[in-house]
Design a protein around this ligand. Structure first.
Ligand code: IPD
Length: 278
């Protein structure tokens, strides 16, 4: 019983590494945008689709009863339902825009939930060859080395990560800038954007940035990273405070509650359409 999901996690690590190899090869000669999704800057490449197919096919062969929520499958019309069944939550390339531009932060993100609870998370940062792993109750690691969030309690001695995502509606942009302006002027020591939600969360787990927040992410961007943050000692919070809901498309991932609550005070929140909206 102890090692119930270890097999699945080992498989996730192996397939993430194989996917990363595909991403690195494609970076050299196939970074073309194939189509766009929610907006003209929400990009999809052939590699996003190929990597997701590779992961789903290999998991189906080994764990035929498991279910999936995959970024490209959902875009193709599959449901985005998180049930109590073992479910793999996959972002084949988190940081697709980075990939298209060869901006070097591109990750394969695989979260695994049972009874709606994350059991493990794997984020492979392909170009750095960094394998981030977390198993519920057993800590977070990068290439096998334990991770610990920063101990900083003062936001004015912190670096905060955030992103603008792919929503360019004026009202959403105004709110994002207003929040960012207030956070910058606290003042914080710096603001960073890796261009990948999963990588931002790994930076929080690693203690390099104190917190990351974003409105507009999807469950596949943050499922694996969420467990990395909490297993490294950090906290997750909704942008209005309270418990995070991975389908709500809003998240604060911070080193501690003090910083998360301080960020809540500065955010002009809004609610994008939920991932599990009918
Ligand atoms: C995106 C990245 C980006 C974040 C967006 C995500 P994708 O994921 O994580 O950093 O700002 O909200 O959708 O589309 O590259 O998988």
């Amino acid at each position: 019983m102890d090692d119930l999901w270890q097999d699945a996690m080992d498989h996730a690590v192996a397939i993430a590494r194989k996917s990363g190899q595909m991403v690195r090869e494609a970076l050299r000669d196939d970074r073309k945008v194939m189509m766009t999704k929610s907006s003209s800057i929400d990009l999809v490449t052939q590699t996003d689709q190929k990597v997701e197919q590779l992961i789903i096919k290999s998991v189906k062969e080994k764990f035929p009863t498991h279910r999936f929520i995959g970024e490209e499958s959902v875009a193709a019309g599959e449901p985005c339902d998180l049930t109590d069944f073992p479910t793999w939550i996959i972002d084949p390339i988190d940081g697709t825009t980075n990939f298209v531009h060869a901006f070097p932060f591109v990750a394969v993100s695989i979260g695994f939930c049972v009874n709606k609870q994350c059991e493990f998370g794997v984020v492979y940062s392909c170009l750095q060859d960094q394998m981030f792993t977390a198993r519920r109750g057993r800590g977070a690691f990068c290439n096998g080395e334990p991770l610990q969030v920063s101990t900083e309690e003062d936001i004015s001695r912190s670096i905060i990560a955030t992103e603008f995502g792919s929503n360019r509606e004026t009202e959403a942009i105004d709110r994002m800038f207003s929040s960012l302006r207030k956070i910058v002027c606290i003042p914080v020591q710096g603001v960073r954007s890796a261009g990948s939600a999963a990588v931002n969360m790994c930076l929080v787990a690693s203690g390099c940035v104190e917190a990351y927040y974003e409105i507009g992410i999807h469950v596949w961007d943050v499922a694996a990273g969420s467990l990395l943050v909490t297993e490294a000692g950090g906290v997750l919070m909704d942008v209005e405070g309270g418990v995070v809901d991975l389908m709500s498309r809003r998240i604060i991932a911070a080193n501690n509650r003090t910083l998360a609550e301080r960020i809540v005070k500065e955010i002009d929140s809004f609610s994008p359409t939920r991932d599990d909206a009918p």
